[in-house]
Design a protein. Structure first.
Length: 421
């Protein structure tokens, strides 16, 4: 590798990187440019990207339409606070999101990260009950394998066994973390837990169809519909966390679309701005909004991120929605899924591979275990691809419109690297 750029070594001593033991990490790659599904490194190498920057880059990088809309907005007004002021990008985006979502989801609260969008959803659910005079509904039901963010409130509804947050278990709020109701036993347990604790529960929170960061775990429509039915029966709200699954990742625009599961609150993030700027949204039903609508200022929702509804980010999200309208993005995502199923399917014969699964534009190869994650990551880089295995999972979440030859390169690299293990 040639010498690092001048900002690299000195700056690296001052940055704190995510999810990383910085003492033992391999030196991170210096990225200088992106285009399409490519990451260009400072030393001139170019990697095909299999991750889409934590699943955000649904149209690939540097999409010209998003870039153009960003440039126009940048000249007009990059940001203005949403307190006492509104602007076209945020209002247009709110209206467009509601038009895409089930008709009773009518109010959009913007924030700047998925974790905060989930925090806001939890706050809305808690206060919905309080505003209606029902105190005592202070707990959430969430599912093993689930991931909803890294802030203290959201950590408490993540799978407690998973590595990322286990350290903090003693200081987090206690909620009900149960198995997804997917077979006779877990259905019975789930039904019993909700029936028994209904008057303590504010909401059930679920990642519909695919639990992402918890292990790329899939469940079927029946399971999701059961969760919805039980929530409804016991007047418990349903929060669908579509931060990972939204914007075509599982096939349709939103995972809930496949089985007409209509949540009371939906959280969006990741792909929302087409991979360009931080933006998240919490969309609530008219019924929830109505419980805050009052002459009493004390019933208002007391939340307001400083950069909420950032005009640049909203302009990017509007441009991203243009692309979903004007280009066959969902069809492209489905085609990519077929390619992944076809090629990654061969991994089933490799030693240590316990499962290969594809849903929408998510391809997963599950191994019995990964001994040395760092070396595995390095092996992918040497194959010219950027793939980030975690725990015992190697996965692809490429741009929905990734070129066929690039996707083949990613899939083949996975086979090649796993073959050598
Ligand atoms: C990534 C993610 C979050 C958290 O989003 P951040 O923007 O990282 O805070 C929450 N829920 C799900 C399902 C996610 O995939």
């Amino acid at each position: 590798m040639s010498a690092n750029p001048d900002w690299y070594d000195s700056g690296l001593n001052h940055i704190w990187l995510p999810y990383t033991q910085m003492k033992t990490m391999r030196p991170p790659l210096a990225a200088v440019r992106t285009h399409g599904s490519r990451i260009v490194l400072a030393d001139g190498r170019e990697l095909v990207d299999g991750v889409g920057s934590w699943w955000t880059a649904c149209h690939g990088y540097n999409n010209p339409h998003i870039a153009e809309k960003l440039r126009q907005q940048l000249d007009r007004m990059p940001h203005i606070m949403l307190g006492g002021l509104v602007h076209e990008p945020a209002l247009r985006l709110a209206e467009r999101l509601c038009a895409l979502l089930p008709s009773h989801l009518t109010r959009v609260f913007f924030s700047d990260s998925g974790s905060v969008a989930v925090e806001v959803a939890m706050k809305m659910a808690l206060q919905y009950h309080l505003n209606a005079g029902r105190s005592g509904r202070t707990k959430f039901v969430a599912f093993k394998g689930g991931y909803h963010g890294d802030t203290l409130g959201t950590m408490a509804v993540c799978d407690p066994e998973e590595g990322m947050h286990a350290l903090f278990s003693g200081i987090l709020n206690q909620h009900f973390i149960v198995d997804l109701p997917r077979d006779e036993r877990s259905v019975a347990d789930f039904d019993a837990a909700i029936a028994h604790h209904a008057d303590e529960i504010a909401a059930i929170i679920v990642e519909p169809l695919v639990q992402g960061a918890g292990g790329m775990l899939f469940h079927d429509e029946q399971c999701l519909m059961h969760v919805r039915d039980v929530a409804r029966r016991h007047h418990v709200l349903l929060i669908a966390d579509e931060i990972f699954t939204g914007f075509g990742r599982t096939g349709p625009m939103f995972a809930c679309d496949v089985c007409d599961v209509v949540p009371d609150i939906i959280t969006l993030g990741k792909g929302l701005s087409g991979g360009s700027l931080p933006l998240a949204a919490t969309v609530a039903s008219s019924e929830i909004f109505a419980s805050f609508w009052s002459d009493d200022p004390g019933l208002a929702l007391m939340h307001g991120p400083t950069f909420m509804g950032n005009a640049l980010a909203c302009a990017a999200a509007n441009a991203s929605l243009d692309l979903f309208e004007e280009e066959p993005r969902l069809v492209q995502g489905a085609e990519a899924g077929k390619t992944m199923a076809h090629i990654l399917g061969h991994a089933l014969t490799l030693p240590g591979v316990v499962d290969v699964r594809v849903r929408g534009c998510i391809g997963v190869v599950e191994l019995d275990r990964i001994e040395d994650l760092n070396s595995l990551k390095q092996a992918f880089i040497e194959e010219g691809v950027f793939v980030r295995p975690f725990r015992n999972i190697v996965y692809l979440t490429p741009a929905l419109n990734i070129a066929q030859d690039e996707l083949e390169k990613l899939c083949t690299a996975i086979l090649t690297v796993l073959q050598r293990r």
